[in-house]
Design a protein. Sequence first.
Length: 277
Amino acid sequence: MRALLIMLATIAIATLQGTASRALAEEPIELFRSAATESKTVDHSEFDKLLAEHVSTDASGLNRVSYQAFDKDDRARLASYIKTLEGIDPATLDRSEQFALLVNLYNAKTIEIVVDHYPVKSIKDINLGGSLLSAVTGGPWKKKVTSIKGTPLSLDDIEHEILRPLFSDPRVHYAVNCASVGCPNLNRQAFSGRELDAQLDAVAKAFINSPRGVDVSGGKLRVSSIFIWFQEDFGGDDESLIAHLRKYAEGERAKALEGASRVDDDFYDWAINVRED
């Protein structure tokens, strides 16, 4: 009981701290309130090259990353790419380019953080702080680790304060990658504004048709915890979530979902998605 009270007090203090901090700084989403009708195109080719060099698909369909193989030159290339994204004015981009910029920045920064702290067994072992809540949850998500136009941002800011509320697209959960086995794959190609919709459909389909996303066996429907943690983004109830799954399910997975009416359980694997050469 004492441990529980301490944890609840810690969460309450962290919440108050977060509220105060936001009151003193510009809300992250304000950076993206406006979008261009005639957009510039962001060059993600350097990230494409790094992904091609360091991400490969294993026999189970999981994309694994060779974090340990990032040498000094690779780290410099990754840092330069991140710096380029940080300097872009979002107002010069249309919505698709903005979405691609945010997802690529999130994924590139996550790779950089893991590379800087490797070897680790889980990204949750990388506690960068940023709030008292981090002491409970672990992970690097609360710390201000990047910026856009000089406004400091955490990974949580990018995902939960900008991407989710601004775009209201559940496919964002298949695009951002948290360096874990249980996460949707780190895409082997950088997201681009021009191809965004097709890319998002592809990553949604890949995850839902993988055993890491959905398992239907023994008359039970088990889903990735992502669908439970963010159920509101998938319609808010089991019926809406299952309809979303059916939209992207194929073959045997689609047939198995025909009779599903509720979610029975969820699962997630926080092990690092490293490629062990």
